[in-house]
Design a protein around this ligand. Structure first.
Ligand SMILES: Cc1cc2nc3c(=O)[nH]c(=O)nc-3n(C[C@H](O)[C@H](O)[C@H](O)COP(=O)(O)O)c2cc1C
Length: 214
């Protein structure tokens, strides 16, 4: 079967995308409005983009019509805040945090503080103004490196590329000065409301360098 994006409803192709490109890591993004109201929301169109400079990226989409009509703005609060302040923090999501992460995915008025709503503890950052999620073992403080807008004003999205200016890592996941991945218990998002745990791990050695014969 072949599905052409141009021949199906956007929502249906979105389902193809998020089912087939999985599991996706989840960025739990903390921002502050220009008035200083805290916001926290998850984004799974997310990944590490570059080691040097250290970049990560995530994509807030334009709000669905009924939500933008109800809340009075096409932009998700996260993107609005980042446009206004240029700063954000990405916390990673572990098994014990998924329910609280999910609470912060609701479509709430900008005046609502999702830290309080979800019962997670804001911890002051060192370099940027938005708070970290104290319960998460890794929080990346970021400044905007580049914003790329795509689509239209009613159906597009934006790629937020952030430069990591500080990584805050809990001692509980550090062994000999390095992150021990087996201690992290990260979750990934699959299609729909399905998630995956990263408990079944294995190693695979890379092919050795084969030097071309001259
Ligand atoms: C696990 C998960 C991943 C999500 N990923 C995205 C995403 O990549 N892009 C997006 O626009 N919304 C995504 N959402 C929905 C947003 O979290 C939701 O629209 C939220 O209300 C945005 O909050 P804000 O308006 O405070 O920024 C995701 C939701 C969940 C539960």
């Amino acid at each position: 079967m072949q599905i052409k994006p141009s021949e199906v409803k956007p929502r249906d192709f979105y389902r193809v995308l998020i089912s087939a490109i999985a599991p996706r890591p989840i960025a739990w993004v903390s921002t502050l409005s220009k008035e200083g109201i805290a916001n926290l929301a998850p984004f799974s169109f997310f990944n590490a983009l570059c080691g040097t400079p250290p970049l990560l990226g995530f994509c807030p989409g334009i709000r669905a019509r009924e939500i933008r009509e109800a809340l009075g703005s096409p932009l998700k609060d996260t993107l609005q805040n980042i446009r206004e302040t240029g700063e954000f923090v990405v916390a990673v999501v572990t098994n014990d945090l998924v329910e609280r992460m999910n609470i912060t995915a609701g479509d709430y008025e900008a005046s609502l503080d999702e830290f309080a709503l979800a019962g997670v503890t804001p911890r002051a950052s060192q370099v940027v103004r938005p708070s970290q999620v104290a319960e998460s073992p890794v929080n990346f403080e970021c400044k905007v490196y580049q914003l790329v807008d795509f689509g239209t004003e009613t159906s597009g999205g934006s790629l937020v590329i952030g430069e990591i200016v500080a990584a805050n890592i809990s001692d509980t996941v550090m062994v000999d000065g390095k992150i021990e991945g087996n201690l992290l218990e990260l979750v990934g998002r699959m299609g729909g409301n399905q998630y995956s745990r990263t408990t079944d791990r294995f190693e695979l050695a890379r092919p050795p360098l084969v030097v071309p014969q001259k």
